[in-house]
Design a binder for this molecule. Sequence first.
Ligand SMILES: Cc1cc2nc3c(=O)[nH]c(=O)nc-3n(C[C@H](O)[C@H](O)[C@H](O)COP(=O)(O)O)c2cc1C
Length: 167
Amino acid sequence: MLTREMIDLITTYTIGCVATVRPDGAPAVSPKATFLVLDDWTIAFANIRSHGTVENLRQRPDVEVDFIDPFSRLGCRVRGHARYVLRDDAEAVLRTKFKEKWPDLYDLVHGIVTIDVTEAETLTSPSYDVGAVVGQLTEHWLRRYATALGFAVTKQADRSLFDAWTR
Ligand SMILES: Cc1cc2nc3c(=O)[nH]c(=O)nc-3n(C[C@H](O)[C@H](O)[C@H](O)COP(=O)(O)O)c2cc1C
């Protein structure tokens, strides 16, 4: 089951790296940034131009997805079984969710991959093994990315996610 923290992460960042298996048994990992959480046991992403991932999942529906919060260095690994439906064959409620969240992309969506979650595991950076604190780590990475992008960060990040994730 997805925890509240996992749902928040997926909903906020929306990007997951989707691991599938190719026909020859080799791994394939591909980023998808249109993830939606449908409920505690179900997530979905849009197939816009993911022919390889969709074909792999049609043949071998077992899938794993990693989601990362690049600031707090917390994440989750979600395992499950995928189902694929063409966009116009999807239930109206599912189509509406994608249309509302991704209005600019919706016309490009060929279909929707829904993943029934079987396992969900918290991932933490080894930085936490050597004493990192979530607020400091978040601020550190926020500053680093902001500096790289030419922005100034003035507000101190104040988060206590780590306790919630690891309790
Ligand atoms: C940050 C990022 C987000 C992406 N999100 C999606 C997505 O949500 N849906 C999609 O179909 N393609 C998405 N793509 C594009 C696919 O990952 C890309 O077309 C890839 O080559 C597909 O590989 P595949 O056919 O093996 O799945 C995204 C790419 C990047 C870099």
